[in-house]
Design a protein around this ligand. Structure first.
Ligand code: ZN
Length: 131
């Protein structure tokens, strides 16, 4: 792959950027050691300081491929004996796209509980605050 081809992939990735606040639609193309190129894009949030856990990585991958709506999320860690819930920042990031998403909080033994995001993040800070 040439430099130009890699740059073009970054350009394509930027078309999926979600940047309603800064309006700077950035894209990135990362060539991996095995030759795979992974692309990413700007994924802003109404709470501007948010950055990345498993849940947010999933959101960013989805948004980078043009998907901004989600129905359900399962979150699991084999190290979590209790039901694993998304951290506050991940809740905020999910609310940007799907305030009604169902979240399956799974514990190490495979049991899970289900919540709506609004239950986990009442009085969420939303993009409507910018309108
Ligand atoms: Zn998190």
């Amino acid at each position: 792959m040439t430099d130009r081809e890699l740059i073009n992939m970054a350009v394509e990735a930027s078309k999926n950027a979600y940047a309603p606040y800064s309006h700077m639609r950035a894209g990135a193309a990362l060539e991996c050691a095995d030759g795979t190129v992974v692309t990413g894009c700007t994924v802003e949030n109404a709470a501007l300081g948010a950055t990345v856990c498993a849940e947010r990585a999933a959101v960013i991958a989805a948004v980078s491929s043009g998907r901004r709506r989600f129905r359900r999320l399962a979150v699991y860690s084999r190290e979590s004996a209790d039901y694993l819930t998304p951290c506050g920042t991940c809740r905020q990031v999910l609310s940007e796209f799907s305030p009604e998403i169902e979240i399956l909080c799974v514990r190490a033994d495979g049991r899970y509980v289900s919540y709506r995001l609004r239950e986990l993040l009442p009085l969420m800070f939303s993009k409507e605050k910018f309108e």
